[in-house]
Design a protein around this ligand. Sequence first.
Ligand SMILES: Cc1cc2nc3c(=O)[nH]c(=O)nc-3n(C[C@H](O)[C@H](O)[C@H](O)COP(=O)(O)OP(=O)(O)OC[C@H]3O[C@@H](n4cnc5c(N)ncnc54)[C@H](O)[C@@H]3O)c2cc1C
Length: 345
Amino acid sequence: MENVDYIIVGDGYASLFFAHQLIKNNKSFVVFSEEKESASRVSAGIINPVVLKKFTTFWKAQEQIDFLKETLKEIEKYTGQNYLIDAPIHRIFHDENEQQLWLKKSSNDELVHFLDQNFTHLDLAQNDFNSGKVNQSARLDVKGFFVGLFDFLENHKHLLKEKFNYSDINTSDHTYKNYQYKNILFCEGMGVKNNPFFSEIPVNPNKGHHIKVKLSQTLPENITIKKKHFLFPIDDERYFYGGTYDREQLHHEIDSSAVEQLTNGLKEFYPEDFSVEEVNFGFRPTVKDRRPIIGRHHKHHDMYVFNGLGARGILNGCYFSRSLYDYIEKGIPLHQEIALERFTS
Ligand SMILES: Cc1cc2nc3c(=O)[nH]c(=O)nc-3n(C[C@H](O)[C@H](O)[C@H](O)COP(=O)(O)OP(=O)(O)OC[C@H]3O[C@@H](n4cnc5c(N)ncnc54)[C@H](O)[C@@H]3O)c2cc1C
């Protein structure tokens, strides 16, 4: 029997950012990965403190951005790689009203550090009303992040490439197969619906597609352009454009209407030819009040859930992994905004 402080089930942002807390604090743990294409691996990697429809911000945005940057520096120390791409978002304005709204909001205390007051004209994109730059926005190198962290976990014997089987947990002995655990953390994204201990938590799938495209004329700079969806370069040849949102068509196949929505969206501001090289999709675990769900099982006090990261998996996953760690290890209460109890009491 091997003793571990934690078993983590799942291998997306929730799992990996929590694993980082454990690495930092010298805890022993194993991560179960069924090696499926997670929502996290499909994600665009956008790190954005602004809601770009209404030009508003959200709860703890500045703290979340600062904490993510600090965390990525810590991860860089032990994986040897930087995963933060300094490529700000440029939001193309639809009309003059949007420009005026942006300017008005940019002097709000909450937004002054995020909405740049100088507008930019983007070459090679249709932007008759220019674009506004979101300061402090960036991108995560999603592929690099998963390769780097998985290599580290594997090399340090923290990674088990197998599906976690719930019926093999012995809740009275606190064992799973040949592991004696102190705590089990469930981070399965939408896979939580198969978890007999937490299947009732109110997370709902929101399906997102993205396309990878070849542009006939490459864009001049490594920036992220936002109109309808996000466009940015992923390598020398290809660009990422996405993602869509759909709560209705939840089958596990590519949806042609989503691909059409994306190609039409891109044509709106990219006037040259392009070809679609690849289509991917994933299911965001979303919650009605747009806040994560974090907490302890009401009966099994060594079981925890970390889910509901929604459309902001990177910021939410990173920031709230520390809240969860502090809750379990130091007894610091969770904010009621993210606590599981908001649904159970
Ligand atoms: C198209 C798209 C674009 C997105 N873009 C962004 C973006 O730009 N920025 C951003 O911040 N967020 C983005 N998101 C949202 C983000 O991806 C999600 O919030 C995040 O991935 C959720 O992470 P998670 O760890 O909770 O779940 P997941 O990433 O779904 O990971 C859960 C993992 O657990 C595994 N698992 C489940 N059950 C078991 C089991 N029994 N045994 C072993 N493993 C198991 C699953 O296979 C899965 O790999 C995007 C999402 C989509 C779909």
